[in-house]
Write a protein that binds this ligand. Structure first.
Ligand code: SF4
Length: 284
């Protein structure tokens, strides 16, 4: 850790419905055999807790991504998770997780519309690092979903499609977790420029940790090339950002925004996972 991290963050958050101030004499004893220390207690964004997150985020500004991941694991495991779409940043974080926090539960939002190259990457990562990414699937298969909506919903209502086939899975993957990590970088888009290293994710009610927030695109690719981190071959074919195949195209000459090929031709720029929200003082 950097010298800026002088004081460990305190676990100040109060669990909903189970205030730590409640006296032992008034507490209902748990059923026999139930380990209360393992019972899930969601975090609550009290002003004190949000202030601590902001302080910790500031302290981690100069930390390396590995240090941030190690801190996250020490602070939140086993209730720490990560969602990955196997982008360059995600693959780099997976390589780091393998060395500093290998027990972390990692999942992918397997919408049914991912490129085969993306699906293959899961196995290449597992083979190289031993990190098995859990592929979470929507309740309905693609044929069932398209039959229900009289055709592909991504053509007529991509926001609902992302809700059904991504956001709901994110809730599933983060069930009974306290914190999730993502590969977002501040320089990826205006939406992401405010991302904190550690902040409160209001939408999912989780601590959100972004170990690469301060990295540039070239930092990510230097690590990939220096260390032979597996990556999606589509990146060599004009796709700097890869999502679902119906909503992703290669960028064309002159397009400088890496995400220009995502939901091209629509006003949509994010699937809703990383939309910046009212900050609550934590930056995200
Ligand atoms: Fe559906 Fe496109 Fe969103 Fe994938 S990116 S879930 S295909 S709208």
């Amino acid at each position: 850790m950097t010298t800026k991290q002088k004081r460990p963050i305190r676990h100040a958050v109060r669990a909903r419905g189970n205030p730590v101030t409640e006296s032992a004499s008034t507490m209902t004893p748990p059923p026999e055999g139930i380990e209360t220390k393992d019972a899930f207690q969601p975090l609550e964004p009290t002003p004190e807790f949000l202030a601590e997150l902001a302080e910790q985020s500031a302290q981690l500004e100069d930390a390396t991504p590995e240090e941030i991941i190690a801190w996250a694991a020490e602070r939140y495991a086993p209730r720490l998770t990560m969602a990955t779409a196997f982008g360059p940043e995600g693959c780099v974080i997976l390589s780091m997780i393998a060395s500093v926090a290998p027990e972390t539960y990692v999942f992918n939002l397997d919408t049914g519309y991912q490129f085969q190259q993306t699906l293959d990457l899961r196995d290449r990562i597992a083979e190289k690092y031993g990190v098995e990414v859990d592929m979470l699937k929507p309740e309905l298969s693609v044929p069932e979903y398209e039959a229900l909506h009289n055709g592909p919903l991504y053509k007529t209502n991509p926001t609902q499609c992302c809700m059904d086939r991504k956001i709901k899975l994110l809730h599933q993957g983060t069930h009974e977790k306290h914190a999730w990590m993502s590969g977002i970088r501040r320089d990826q888009s205006a939406d992401r420029a405010q991302a904190a290293i550690v902040g409160w994710d209001k939408k999912f009610e989780l601590v959100k940790i972004s170990p690469l927030a301060n990295w540039k695109k070239q930092d990510v690719w230097k690590r990939i090339l220096d260390e032979g981190v597996p990556y999606n071959p589509l990146h060599d074919q004009g796709y700097p950002s890869v999502g679902c195949w119906p909503c992703t195209r290669a960028v064309v000459e002159g397009e400088t925004d890496d995400r220009a090929g995502r939901w091209s031709g629509t006003a949509k720029t994010e699937c809703g996972l990383h939309t910046i929200q009212e900050s609550d003082g934590s930056g995200i």
